[in-house]
Design a protein around this ligand. Sequence first.
Ligand code: SF4
Length: 1007
Amino acid sequence: MNKLYCLPLGETMRGKFIEDAKQFAYGQALFVVPGHVLMDEVKKTGSVRTVIMDYLPNELLRANNLESYTRISRPAQEMVIKQIIKDLAAKGELVYFSKLADKKGFIKNMVSFIGELSRGGITCEELYAALQAWERPSYLRAKDFEVYNIYQLYRQELKKQNKYDVDGLYRLAIKTLQAEACVVPWEKLYFSEFYQFDNLQIELLKALSKHCTIAVGLFYDAARPELSVATENAYVDFMGMGFTKQLVQEFSPRAEGLEHFTRNWQNTAASVGSATGISVFEAYSVDNEMRGVLGKIKKQLQAGVSCRDIICIVRSMEEYNGFSNLFKEFGIPTTLPEVTGFSAQPLAKFIGKIMKSAASGYQIDVWKELLDDVFMDKIFGIDHEKLEESYNEKYFATPKALQVFAEDMFPQSKMGELFTFIASLKGTNTPADFANSLLLAMDSWSLETVYGEAYKAGNITLAQLKAVVTTKNMVEEIFSEMVAAFEQSGQGKQKRPISEFLEFWEEQAKEKIITLTPGDKNGVKVVEASTIQGILVPYVYMLGMREGQFPKVKFENWIYNDQERKALNELGVTLPLTADTMKIDQYFFASVTAMAQKALTFSYYSDDVAAASCYLQELQQYYPKEALTPIFSTTDVKQCFSADELIGILAQQEKLADTEEAWLTNKVGNDFGARKALDKSRWSENAIFNGYLGQKRQCKYLSASALDNYVQCPFNYMVTNVWQTRPWEPLEKETQPAVIGDLYHLSLAKFLNKHLEENIGNANNAALLAELMHDLSAAYEELIAKGLISESEFSKYEYKRYQKVLEKWLLTEQAYQAQQKINLLPKYLELAFGREGSKLPGLSIYIDEEETIFSGQIDRVDTDGNKYMLTDYKSGLVPSGKAVALGKSLQLPVYILAMENLLSVPQEQILGAGYYALKSYKRVGGLWENSFKEDLPWLYNTRPNDLTWVMEKAQKSIAKGIRGIRNSVFPANPAEKCPSYCPCKDICRYRVSDGMQDVGEEGEDNV
Ligand code: SF4
């Protein structure tokens, strides 16, 4: 007789079923449980064969010699549905979903929705009839019948290819059970710890019940309707199948508070009872929560509790990454394995890069990433770090250019082999050909030998060697799954684009996990709430009792929303609703809580985002007020159970006893005290960590731009001028701002050199422009030849911009020369002083009786033979008038001093110095002799800085700057807002201390 045992919350028939099964020969009784965790529980008894549900149809088909079917995997299902959608779209038969047809997310949702229909046992005919009967506006009917078409074509495709998905196997097994001569290898089936069965499973059980006896243990308590909603469908189904109901009233012994929970939670007649055995722990972070729980477990283990008597339950393991590492830190054995992500493994990344390079064609960045991989060193004989350095010097427009360069740099390497191999992968291949080529190549790299030798030489650890070998096996596994999936989808013989192989690889790679150390079967169990119920454990820790984590709301597939699902349910198409998943979540909470016998600890962490779960608030009504007040984490050294935690606690103490001091020093190093003090001292005035190095240094030679750099920000000066570091910045296809500056510089110098001391104000603009454009072109070619500019798809647009800038400059220059009342004309261009090879010596300045010799280069000096004017071209930012006035921009004052001292031009003959802003095509800023304001058109309507006043201020700033450099005073102290392109911004603490304010503009160097 088939029986349904209706159990109270927290009870199970498992033990009794196992006893009962002993009357059958091994194999004739089958124990069916919902998942692998519970399967292990039953297997431990060793007396009955135990399986999970999906085993049943497979085994039945085998017993009836029908195993020739081909099972289709989930990725293969996706491929079939993707192709169906693509074909429908191509034929114009997708209107509602037309815009989504090629979207990955849509395809995945459609696959999962089709899975819902299948598991619900909905046939194409039933769906069609329901949709026909559904009164909907026409645009929604279009959607309905597109869904129907996809479902029908999917079913037809599987039938045509004689392939089965899991649901198809259930149908085949049900059909087989209906045949007269069907073989059923079991006499009795036991189903335990299920809370629901889908329609196909119920159909299978119905068919099986005609051949063998079935016993089902199910939670169902009519007095607790809220809680029994989760199992109600199953209850009704079994009753409908004619199972005999047997009510079980027994309650296993539990601590008082726990028993109160199992008897009363969501009982219509609930009352307040003792909370003995229940406690709540509140942490401030997920790490703190895990540590707090592990501390409590450690204490129990030390008191003699066995690991087997403790279980940790979480709603989702994803929230508790790193838990197994913490178990290790606390020295507690656990069933959790130590794992790492496959896609983060170097070999997996390298294979992905090869595939991307083959799929990408000519995208240079993809190739650069491939060649900059650590595997390139060991397998192809290059130094990838050295090659990466060259990315900062040179831009490679094509993969070929990069290959030529790299082969030149590493003539002994096997670079050519790699490029030939990738070229061979390009184009279309069948999945098997593609996988074979890659796997053969991987074999030829002899990874085991290469890394085995590296291990022997002590260059890598055993764990790293193991990770390479495991990753290699997993790479083979993914490619074999890929070939199988294409085969199963009927596309195995077709040539497919590499992008499809890459897509498969990327999706599978992110799902795979590498087990570094397997879990300890005798350790503390850690399981997800949905995978376990019906077992009793003395001590239960329920982590993650936090809003958003538990309850965890699962929204149903959006192809049909909840409202539509309700309507479809009424039409006979049974689809789950979001509200149902809430009920199931509540059942998970109740059933795992009911697992505790002696003590139950709820834990969660509370922060600005979320606090305790609503389940905990609900729980309060069953217990006296204050009984469930949370306990908080403590840093009490007596409650510390891990060395790392003890380090944390001791490190925070002002003073330690000798033994503790010695222990701590041994763990964290002798310099720990100094490191600890560092954080404070880095913010103290005059501290070495704040840029006050406290050393004397020579400042015999200084360039005008370096002094400017110091005055702008001493920290920047230290990094770029003292340490002489260069930012790590690979060249992009766009020309660098500094190179653009050089281009203008060169072009203008070439042009003006032909017009020295000539007034071009009224000359023919067209002729001059042609000449200037010719000079630009020559300068451009020079920079290309030097590898500073690379021709790319952008370069012709950029070139137009350069032409425009110079064209406008010429117009302005002619206008200035035509309008100026003093005939100032270019006399010197790029007038260098104190530089190697320059005609003029350096500018000598004595500060505190010590000499500093300045070097520099004045872009342009104009004169009418008596008065002089200096110009500095700027293609990017121009120093503000305020910065010049306050002595925070010293380049022009230094140039003026150079004119006076090196060219013996008396100060009264210098009219001023200013910037030529190429972006706005005009002269701006600087410092000027105000009495000539009306003679110089660029000064009309302006209030220029007074030359004499600024020079006085500047001389003081120059002295202060030189003293600062001599005394090694380099704090992060920007004169103005920090520019976004500051090369030191990633290592500077200014933004941490004060909030860095970018002016947000990329600067092209002055020319
Ligand atoms: S980011 Fe600002 S403070 Fe830091 S180095 Fe650059 S300019 Fe100075």
